[in-house]
Write a protein that binds this ligand. Structure first.
Ligand code: ACO
Ligand code: LMR
Length: 276
């Protein structure tokens, strides 16, 4: 019989070779016939399966409420400055995206990992907070520069309300809220932030929707899927900031020099070798 050439790549999310494009086996025409929306498409291309309606709605909610948070956050500023330096859309978007990480917007995977392991090990929220403090580690998903207990982040309230009223179980989100109760009692700004709330809720979705085995759920968290939600959502805003700056014909930006405190290291004690 025919001997198949060994493949150099293996891929399992989409196929364009046939008459019709397939997303995880679903025909593109059915994607529209069944009106699965962007949440349904993301479910197919990220998780290779259809997810329940509430899960697709939650994904769409996440993309909408992470889409932007004003021009002053680190990512938007990078995009704006890059656009004003005359660069193109992709460069300006990439400049913004590169700020996403442990401190800004990219705390989802860390939050999911920490809340999950703390919950599974039976630690109370207080024991978890104390153990992180002892290890001298910031809790991913906790804290905000401008939002606080007295100036709450409405996005987090929207997430909590939606998840509480639609998810079959909310153990991780409840745990994260328990952690917030401990941290915010210490300092008003140590609230459960959007990254933390979305991450905790997504753990509940992976674990309790019935769509994933325990191993699959753990693996999706381990490979770093959740930060993708913020990256994808915020790309909408970064592209918006790029278009805005170009439409407003904003010139090259130079930051005022008097806004820098310049301090050189003291080199007076450095021994300079005499020239031979
Ligand atoms: N866990 C424990 N303690 C914390 C945390 C945390 N996550 N965040 C701040 N603190 C403590 C600090 O140790 C510090 O304590 P000290 O006064 O005893 O020294 C105090 O709170 C203030 O810390 P700052 O770094 O000044 O807090 P800031 O308000 O500048 O930082 C930030 C806000 C960056 C969000 C911070 O809380 C943090 O890194 N959190 C974890 C990462 C995270 O979740 N990022 C996502 C934010 S949401 C988003 O970007 C969309
Ligand atoms: C955001 O969504 O960008 C933020 O929560 C971060 C911020 O400082 O506003």
């Amino acid at each position: 019989g025919m001997i198949r050439k060994p493949a150099a790549f293996i891929s399992s999310i989409s196929d364009e070779r046939g008459q019709e494009l397939l997303y995880a086996g679903m025909r593109i025409s059915d994607v529209f016939k069944e009106e699965i929306g962007i949440g349904g498409v993301l479910s197919l291309l990220w998780f290779k399966r259809r997810l329940p309606d509430y899960a697709c709605k939650f994904i769409e909610m996440v993309l909408q409420l992470t889409a932007d948070h004003g021009p002053a956050v680190s990512g938007a500023m990078n995009t704006i400055i890059t656009a004003r330096a005359g660069k193109d859309l992709v460069s300006s978007l990439a400049a913004g995206l590169l700020t996403i990480g442990d401190r800004f917007g990219g705390a989802l995977d860390g939050a999911a990992a920490n809340f999950t392991s703390a919950l599974n090990s039976g630690q109370t929220p207080r024991e978890f907070v104390d153990s992180m403090r002892k290890a001298n580690k910031l809790i991913p998903g906790i804290g905000h520069k401008v939002k606080s207990k007295t100036n709450p982040d409405l996005r987090v309230e929207l997430v909590k309300d939606f998840v509480k009223s639609t998810f079959p179980a909310t153990a991780t989100l409840d745990y994260a809220i328990g952690v917030e109760a401990v941290t915010s009692a210490k300092k008003d700004s140590l609230i459960l932030n959007v990254d933390g709330a979305i991450a905790a809720a997504f753990c509940d979705l992976l674990n309790c929707s019935g769509a994933f085995t325990q191993e699959e759920a753990a693996e999706y968290l381990k490979v770093g899927t959740l930060n993708g939600l913020f990256v994808l959502g915020r790309s909408i805003g970064f592209i918006g900031h790029f278009i805005d700056q170009k439409m407003l014909k904003q010139p090259l930006y130079r930051h005022p020099s008097d806004d820098f405190y310049i301090s050189f290291a003291d080199h007076s004690r450095v021994v300079v070798q005499p020239k031979k």
